[in-house]
Design a protein around this ligand. Sequence first.
Ligand code: HAM
Length: 424
Amino acid sequence: MAKKIQAVRGMHDILPDETPLWQFLEDTVRRVFQSYAYRELRTPILEMTELFKRSIGEVTDIVEKEMYTFEDRNGDYLTLRPEGTAGCVRACMESGLLHNQIQRLWYQGPMFRHERPQKGRYRQFQQIGLEAYGMSEPDIDLEVILITARLWRELGIPGLELQINTLGTPDERKTYRARLVGYFQEHREQLDEDSRRRMNSNPLRILDSKNPDMAELIAAAPSLMDDLGEESRAHFSAITEGLDAAGIKYVLNPCLVRGLDYYSRTVFEWVTDLLGAQGTVCAGGRYDGLVEQLGGRATPAVGFAMGVERLVAVLEALDQVHPAAVPHAYLVVAGGNAAQAGLMLAESLRTALPGLRLQLNCGGGSFKSQFKRADRSGAKVALILGDDELKNQCVGVKWLRQNREQISVNHDELAGFLKEISGE
Ligand code: HAM
């Protein structure tokens, strides 16, 4: 027997029993984003490799070792997008959307990173992201965070922790970086191999190390707060004060540095303790330098992305069950003339009642086997169209979930009857 082909490691099917929860999440997100007047943008899954190198940064884990990159038939280097921000900026620049304009945008779709798969970490995963362009004041940082807080409320997810930090401007970071490298040089013997490697390339990322042996060293490291100028300080205070005023709790985490290079000033993450090691369900921040870095005119920007698998896992852990969309009715048809009449009847009922979920028996079968299928479909009622019913312009109604007498309903009353039982 031929060897079975399986899904690629770290990539998952989302089966029909799971999709109701996904749809609930997606519908809620869309509604909340629209209530803040954000508009959806859709970009290709493939981009030129160069785009990610220049935005996420050459010496990040993502670009160094996680991208799915290949040479296409023209010799172009292409990459399956590992995140959505770079493509969003590229699309906006290319279509002139950033030309002296304010934009509030969101997107969703699969992202790809060749990471070591584990619970909550996949090689193909779904992100929903949101980006705001053209606004440099802290009010927009605050709006973006308030959107996420509202989302958790609407989704019924309590207990997420908001961590925030500021990374300052590139100049402030440069000063800090020198101080930080000096400090780590002094304690070089306490650094693990990974951190020694990062000393020269990306020393701020050492702060993000999860190695417990380095926890003390990191806790005592110099703070970027001390290198912040007046403006960066005021920007950050405005956000924390705004959060206080809105009643949103947060934790200041000076070690929150993010794994992508484009951030400046505000960074934040929402973290859960329900999922083990992969607890960040949403992350983002300000990235004022990126548009210019990609060849556009300097444009302030701020945004975030959520990991949908992780949020779905949280909803599951909270026992949030959303019933699958089972059919309201299943149409059982006798052979011969009734089969075609059944098809026409089903079509006209769907036209009359747009919310109706009606499953038509296809492929024939005895009444007995059709009733079995009707039962398995989860439908409330089986509608029966036999030769007699066809003659009399009616259908039989058999209740599949209740102990009730079978009844007969005329064709012209059928839509009204189904409206009542479907609640549509
Ligand atoms: P990120 O932190 O790389 O940021 O990813 C955002 C979220 O995507 C993470 O917090 C996590 O929930 C989810 N995620 C990331 N990698 C995986 C994975 N391998 N498996 C499952 N979920 C994952 C960004 O991507 C930025 N573009 C966010 C942003 C938008 N910043 C500004 N605007």
